[in-house]
Write a protein that binds this ligand. Sequence first.
Ligand SMILES: Cc1cc2nc3c(=O)[nH]c(=O)nc-3n(C[C@H](O)[C@H](O)[C@H](O)COP(=O)(O)OP(=O)(O)OC[C@H]3O[C@@H](n4cnc5c(N)ncnc54)[C@H](O)[C@@H]3O)c2cc1C
Length: 277
Amino acid sequence: MNAVIKKEMLSENVVRMVLEAPAIAKKRKAGQFILLKVDEKGEKIPLTIVDSDAQQGTITIIFQVVGKTTTMLADKKKGEFIHDLQGPLGNPTEIEHFGHVVCIGGGVGVGVVYPIAVALKAAGNRVTSIIGARTKELLILEEEMKKVSDHLVVATDDGSYGFHGFVSAVLQDMLDRKEKIDRVYAVGPVPMMRVLCDVTRAHGIKTIVSLNSLMLDASGMCGACRVSVGGKTKFTCVDGPEFDGHEVDFAILANRLRMYSQQERQSLEMYRCACHG
Ligand SMILES: Cc1cc2nc3c(=O)[nH]c(=O)nc-3n(C[C@H](O)[C@H](O)[C@H](O)COP(=O)(O)OP(=O)(O)OC[C@H]3O[C@@H](n4cnc5c(N)ncnc54)[C@H](O)[C@@H]3O)c2cc1C
């Protein structure tokens, strides 16, 4: 059992939660995730470890409320308990001094790219970050990203804040201005990552994406999180979650993410009915 130490809303349906998890806090690295089970009978869901405090014995997660389990998690209050957490899981981000790196996050993906930006900055890289959201109200972690970046650009789809347009247009503009970029990290919705990879492919810039595949047990046994990378089957849980974006088959990933949408909708409706009578 892990206590909820702190909970706050970052936007309409994105929650930041600090959880008691001393063993995980001691050894987690950027890019890793936990598998979390809200109650005894519930499913396990993967969530990125956004931050940790080894002294306090806590980790921070940021999640978007999209279905039954994230709704149950968001319903937890400070002082209540999560049934169990497993982690840290997945391969840590490969962190080196690459030179000029661009960290790009869209929507809740900003929470996933944040620890990567922190680690890249600590390794001496020049970090440019581009963060985006549909509207100003949905933008998260602007202050945090600013602190770990040499330069931060904000973009909103509707132009309500910062650059009016997609994060990919901001990157394209940097490349048109002949800015030297040594590596790109991109985390967000599948269409966003796919477009960013198309932009960087034309310039031969290595681009790392963190994939949000459906996942069951994160042991490499069940194959639920399989993705096609460079024509080979890989498991996001043990081979990822980060991959060379130029090799990822995003069409297969998008199809697999939609595989259970009807059942996921029903499951959320049943949970809501059970809660509200
Ligand atoms: C390694 C890894 C790290 C992740 N880190 C984070 C994180 O830090 N924060 C965060 O908010 N989410 C993260 N995710 C995605 C998160 O695990 C899912 O959103 C969650 O499992 C949904 O559970 P649910 O029961 O609430 O929704 P479900 O009932 O499973 O799904 C409801 C609807 O949400 C959408 N959905 C479900 N799963 C996903 C998914 N994996 N990706 C995109 N859309 C999905 C679909 O539209 C679906 O119909 C991560 C996924 C992976 C694999």
